[in-house]
Design a binder for this molecule. Structure first.
Ligand code: IPE
Ligand code: IPE
Ligand code: MG
Length: 254
């Protein structure tokens, strides 16, 4: 069935969600901050600021629903192409978010992790990330996986390099390389593939996000710009997911 961007029409309450089939792993391409701001006659930076607030709400909602992993695309390897000023604003917002939210996230049992080349982020952001990883590593609740300086292709290149190093060092035989081995060389090693991928602002593309991991992920594209994406929108996306028939190349169950 065609399921293009859908408009939010009626309210979905959490009672309409099948609690037994909550996606274990939700991935989100948080897109549209700039357009949200421009539409209001505001600078793009205020769109990013509003985007951080939307993230707070969605993290809280996912945590309450019992989602195990939430991977959010916050900065891509291609986002460095933006004006230096905007990149700086995004990096400062990341640092501020971690400084401001760490305590509450920790108190709510959230585990903070990251995927991407975080070694290339500014020093203050790296310091806050290291603190967040350390402080939350033993928590048992939602894993909030921040995709920072993340690119699916860069991740695959890194995996190929890692595999080659291990083959060269005699730790791995080429014949042993299968899909599970490749998985182990990705940033997401040990994390199940996303069940549901949400993209806001209506764009129908992956923009280099989780290329390997999304092979059989259910996609939901919503028209809302990211700052407008709230718990209600999340519940709608989960409802849409729960109506899908996941076949993984096999035959329908019904
Ligand atoms: C998403 O919003 C945030 C990042 C990519 C960092 P955008 O900044 O891409 O907003 P639009 O797509 O230009 O509206
Ligand atoms: C994807 O959004 C990256 C993030 C949300 C961090 P972009 O706005 O960068 O993607 P394109 O350029 O529209 O494909
Ligand atoms: Mg965008």
């Amino acid at each position: 069935m065609w399921s293009g961007p859908w408009k939010r029409n009626k309210e979905v309450s959490s009672a309409q969600i099948d609690r037994g089939r909550i996606p274990r792993h939700i991935a989100i391409i948080m897109d549209g901050n700039g357009r949200w701001a421009i539409r209001r006659g505001l600078p793009r930076s205020l769109g990013h600021k509003a985007g951080v607030e939307a993230l707070r709400g969605v993290v809280k909602a996912c945590s309450g629903l019992g989602v195990e992993y939430l991977t959010v695309y916050a900065f891509s390897t291609e986002n460095w192409r933006r004006p230096k000023e905007e990149v700086g604003i995004l990096m400062n917002l990341l640092t501020e978010y971690l400084r401001r939210e760490l305590r509450e996230l920790d108190e709510n049992d959230v585990v903070i992790r990251a995927v991407g080349q975080i070694e290339h982020l500014p020093a203050e952001a790296r310091t806050e990330l290291a603190r967040a990883f350390e402080q939350t590593k033993s928590n048992r609740g939602l894993v909030l996986n921040l995709a920072l300086n993340y690119g699916g292709r860069a991740e695959l290149v890194g995996a190929v390099q890692g595999i080659c190093r291990d083959v060269q060092g005699g730790r791995l035989k080429p014949a042993e390389i299968d899909e599970n081995v490749v998985d182990r060389y990705l940033y997401t090693a040990g994390i199940p593939d996303p069940d549901l991928l949400i993209r806001t602002s209506g764009e129908m593309r992956l923009s280099n996000f989780l290329l390997w991991q999304c092979a059989y992920t259910e996609m939901v594209v919503v028209r809302d710009y990211w700052p407008d994406f709230d718990e209600e929108a999340l519940l709608q996306a989960i409802r849409a997911y729960q109506r899908r028939n996941r076949r993984f190349g096999g035959l329908a169950n019904e």
